[in-house]
Design a protein around this ligand. Sequence first.
Ligand code: SF4
Length: 422
Amino acid sequence: MDLLNALVEKGLRRESPTREEALAVLATSDDELLDVVAAAGKVRRQWFGRRVKLNYLVNLKSGLCPEDCSYCSQRLGSKAEILKYTWLKPDEASKAAAAGVAGGAKRVCLVASGRGPTDKDVDRVSQTISAIKEQNEGVEVCACLGLLSDGQASRLREAGADAYNHNLNTSEAQYGQITTTHTYADRVSTVQQAQAAGMSACSGLIAGMGETDEDLVDVVFSLRDLDPDSVPVNFLIPFEGTPLAKEWHLTPQRALRILAMVRFVCPDVEVRLAGGREVHLRTLQPLALHLANSIFLGDYLTSEGQAGKDDLAMIADAGFEVEGTDTTTLPAHRADALAAAGCGGHAEEAAGGGCGGHAKEAAGGGCGPCGDGGAEPEPVTAAEPEPVPAGAVAEARDADGVRTDLVAVRRRGAGTDLPPNA
Ligand code: SF4
């Protein structure tokens, strides 16, 4: 297929496809799917071999958000029955992080709901970063706290944050239909502030929110222009109790085409398979490892993923290997550029790529600009530790044809008394 041969050649040279080529990937048929995966897989292996980086989410503060991101179970007015709690203490967060590291995670992503942090919040997250780094040698830490104000990115970098996540989520044209309480430009600005402070930028998207192919290509080309080190690709988890609860548009084949398109447009960037992979890729998840070089281990912010041991088994069965802490994630040219920009700390981590913070949220919780407007911590809503089995059960649909069996609200790990999934 001429299109795929051309895209492989470009990917190996780190050259951008045209918009038309990117659109053509999304328009390929199911008969061509394995050819598309094989072609994008060549580009993936050129820059990342057969390594899979594991990342682990710690939801520092869940729910109670004043923003209105339609995809998010933590949004203002959300009726999703998620865990709601205020800031974890540094030792609680460190304990949660340690579980992920013990499960093989190389990066810990610290996420908090809200529009953006207050300076006091930055102080508490700084203490949490210190606690995690003291207790988990060599771990990378990514912060995902929403929109940043002047000086906050530098303070987080000084506190030891290796990366900062803030997703663009969707195209600029569609953004106003998804969120009204902040703008696309706000998001771009925060990613740029993180980069300017020397942190590795992580910024990605959420697919499945009713966007067109053009929207998807627009946001991925915008991300390429922003040049983050990692791009989390989330697939919407249509949470009951949110405005997008009935948006069940994705198929496993569509999800793979989207991942392939992202790999062709961002060939040498850490492409992270983020929230929604279990829900939308289902039994085709292993094929996605040929496209993405990074995944989240275990659970998401407000929803449960498949068991961590099943993630590890999937990676091994598909012939991939978990990336160790002694390996630089990014290709040398990107790692060197990042180190020169000031994101160093650990030689190998300097290259560590980005985080998926809100991406995973897009799919399970959500955080983008988060902000409690400087309010003091709200009282913690007691977690009701009713373990919900991770993983899919028998297929079920409601009267509208909506799958009701695939989304499991997180009831374990951070904010509960139950052990985390890692
Ligand atoms: S994505 Fe972040 S800012 Fe948006 S509603 Fe969810 S928690 Fe709030």
